[in-house]
Design a protein around this ligand. Structure first.
Ligand SMILES: [Zn+2]
Length: 206
């Protein structure tokens, strides 16, 4: 978490004290980043252990104020072992413009990430955040949060990180594509072929 926090900070995805990370320790406990800390300066001793209700179990610092969003993901997705919340600038600009990243433009992102929806507006640090994400968590890998940022999740911290990185990459590509002219969106047939290509790829990887 220290390493990925630094990486995300250096990418400009977690400016100031924004952004937070968490991992599942076991069936009952999560390790989360503390509130009010730069992710560049974070040390392992700063991390906090909480239960799935968000109750503090261990650590000298207070857990992130955005813990509710992490808990909402873990509650719905048993396959998820890591959650990242960040403010990547171009993806956040889409979230501030009321636009989802659901246009299928890039083959790679279509295969690995799929559409990234936009959750409705919620005040940070309140229960509204979890409520706005809940309808979208099951069927997506990452979600934009209106006027706020993005959340991604996966089987490992690296998995969640790569998805966050791809969200920002997709936002940059989409912005440039629309500046260049009409976008050539992937057709349903092309998307079907990509589903088959992904299945072949997964088979080869075993
Ligand atoms: Zn945030």
């Amino acid at each position: 978490m220290v390493r990925f926090g630094k990486w995300l900070y250096r990418l400009g995805f977690m400016p100031g004290t924004s952004g937070n990370l968490s991992v599942r320790l076991d069936r009952e406990r999560l390790l989360v980043t503390p509130t009010g800390a730069s992710k560049y300066l974070l040390r392992s001793s700063d991390m906090v252990i909480v239960d799935l209700e968000g109750r503090h179990l261990d650590g000298s610092r207070k857990a992130t104020s955005e813990l509710g969003m992490h808990l909402a993901v873990y509650r719905q997705r048993e396959d998820v072992a890591a959650v990242i919340h960040a403010h990547p600038p171009v993806a956040t600009a889409f979230a501030c413009s009321g636009k989802a990243l659901d246009e299928m433009l890039c083959q790679e992102a279509a295969m690995t990430l799929g559409p990234v929806p936009l959750a409705s507006y919620a005040t940070t640090g309140t229960e509204e955040v979890a409520a706005s994400l809940e309808p979208l968590i099951a069927d997506h890998q990452a979600i934009l949060m209106a006027n706020h940022g993005a959340v991604s999740y996966g089987a490992t911290l690296l998995d969640a990180f790569l998805k966050m990185e791809t969200v920002e990459h997709l936002a940059v590509i989409r912005l440039a594509t629309h500046q260049l002219g009409p976008a050539q969106v992937l057709t349903p047939e092309q998307l079907q072929q990509l589903v088959r290509a992904k299945a072949r790829y997964l088979q080869n990887a075993i």
